[in-house]
Design a protein around this ligand. Structure first.
Ligand code: ADP
Ligand code: MG
Length: 236
């Protein structure tokens, strides 16, 4: 699904040059649930933003579904993003001026889905995420947990090929955080491919594999024990 090779990202300002990513290589297969951990400033968000086509690498290769993304024009990138990527952010990134319904519907409008079909889809996903009774409300009228559910609904409405989540529980208390993690685990069980940045060992334990980053490089990759247990029990 995703093949990254020798990917670098340099940020330049007048005084300083920051190498946010240095020659990263990484493969993510369909159905994988991978978490990325590491100290602040290690390049996790930069990597996720490049994978999500919100930012571009300075050099290297990034193939999404066998198509090279580096060097694509802005318009082509935006098309690839809208067709393939669902992004969930730490601060939810909902549009406060729009109702919950309108927030969730937005990606469908971009993708020119008919209004009858949009209504069906929004109502279905709202039902699935337990926010049907909130569709007429505005983001600020909702709890953090509910806002993140709306953000997840918006990320999923286009049936993205990959779900990217940058510290999705970072602004939530542990109860709401757990609910979001259960939601992601549920999606993964049903076949979703997920790449998640997190500071929480507990959240990472839901994923199959944890990548540890530091100073723009990948230090290590480990298979998570919860999944080793599953693998072992499957063998027995
Ligand atoms: P993390 O998400 O792991 O905390 P980031 O990917 O946000 O790390 O940042 C990696 C490095 O790149 C940091 O040193 C950060 O200051 C720098 N950086 C990130 N975005 C920008 C930007 N838009 N302009 C300049 N420097 C940036
Ligand atoms: Mg970050």
């Amino acid at each position: 699904m995703i093949k990254i090779k020798n990917l670098s990202r340099v940020f330049r300002t007048e005084e300083v040059e920051t190498k946010a990513l240095s020659e990263i290589s990484l493969t993510i297969k369909q159905g994988d649930f991978v978490s990325i951990m590491g100290p602040s400033g290690s390049g996790k968000s930069t990597l996720l933003n490049i994978v999500g086509l919100l930012d571009s690498a300075s050099s290297g290769s990034y193939q999404l579904l066998n198509q090279e993304m580096i060097g694509l024009k802005e318009k082509e990138k935006s098309k690839a993003r809208k067709e393939n990527i669902g992004f969930i952010f730490q601060n939810f990134n909902l549009i406060d001026e729009l109702s919950v319904y309108d927030n969730i519907e937005l990606p469908l409008i971009y993708n020119k889905v008919s209004s009858a079909e949009r209504k069906k889809k929004v109502e279905k996903i709202a039902e699935k995420l337990g926010i049907s009774h909130r569709l007429k409300h505005y983001p600020q009228q909702l709890s953090g947990g509910q806002q993140q559910r709306v953000a997840v609904a918006r990320a999923l409405i286009n049936d993205p090929k990959i779900i990217l989540a940058d510290e999705p529980t970072g602004n939530l208390d542990s109860k709401n955080g757990n609910e979001v993690m259960e939601l992601l685990t549920d999606l993964h069980t049903n076949g979703a491919t997920i790449l998640m940045v997190t500071h929480s060992d507990y959240d990472a334990s839901f994923s199959q594999k944890t990548i540890l980053m530091k100073d723009g490089i990948i230090l290590s990759e480990k298979i998570n024990s919860r999944n080793v247990d599953v693998l072992i029990s499957e063998k027995i």
